[in-house]
Design a protein. Structure first.
Length: 252
């Protein structure tokens, strides 16, 4: 399942607004975990916990029971899920945001459905970009609150605006050769390098808060600019072939 791929991550894209800064969500998830452990001793305490949390978190949308699950604060998940050891197999999600454990149990998120329909190239790209993510970046891949011109979730956004780039890379290189190489950081750097090369006067490449998806989309949609972009992609591919991973972003 995409929501719990391993013991070190977890996706909360359906349960929280991930179009918010990491540090704010981190504080909220830690606070919920600590409050839950201190206040909840049984089912009778769950409704009161939710009401108290509603008052404290007026600015936060969605479910109050998404929190860190582990002592290291690396994995997020549902405090009410039957798979949580402390719940002893009991499904308590009737107390959650959707107030229906049946809905939560049967819900197959739109991102999961969409990923299944994708072709091999898109699936290989997904395997690369999700590899180095933590709970925050992984959730943003699927969160419908992360939106660029109506395209929701970073995975779909990358596919919508940058597919010609990773398609060209994966035509030349095996996705397995790129695994474990911090691909997503280098890929984002490549996007910025393309914009710097094709549009030297652009100011968006100096912004470090996010990838300029709309601008790279415009470049790739223009035949002349897309041709110029291919030169930067070729540099990236050749650097990767040399195994010069540490300098791939600089070479791009």
């Amino acid at each position: 399942m995409l929501c719990q791929p391993d013991a070190k991550r977890g996706c909360g894209g359906c349960c929280a607004d991930f179009d918010q800064p990491r540090d704010g969500l981190e504080r909220v998830f830690l606070s919920r975990k600590e409050a839950f452990d201190a206040q909840v001793r049984g089912e009778d305490d769950l409704l009161l916990f939710r009401k108290k949390t509603d008052l404290v978190e007026k600015g936060f949308r969605r479910c109050r029971f998404l929190a860190f699950l582990d002592n290291e604060n690396e994995t997020i998940g549902c405090l009410l899920h039957p798979g949580r050891t402390e719940n002893k197999g009991k499904d308590l999600r009737d107390f959650g945001f959707y107030e229906d454990c049946g809905f939560c149990a049967s819900n197959f998120c739109a991102s999961s459905k969409n990923l299944l329909k994708r072709d091999v190239t898109d699936k290989q790209f997904f395997l690369l970009i999700q590899e180095d993510t933590d709970w925050y970046d992984y959730s943003r891949l699927f969160s419908f609150y992360v939106d660029v011109n109506g395209t929701k979730g970073l995975f779909d956004i990358y596919a919508q605006f940058t597919r010609p780039i990773y398609e060209a890379i994966l035509q030349r290189l095996s996705w397995m050769a790129l695994q474990g190489k911090g691909f997503i950081q280098h890929y984002d750097a490549l996007i910025r390098a393309i914009i710097r090369s094709v549009r030297p006067s652009s100011g968006s490449t100096t912004e470090q808060t996010g990838v300029p998806f709309q601008e790279i989309g415009e470049i790739l949609a223009d035949r002349k600019q897309a041709k110029a972009a291919s030169a930067e992609i070729e540099k990236f591919v050749e650097a990767a072939k040399r195994g010069d991973v540490g300098r791939m972003a600089n070479d791009a």
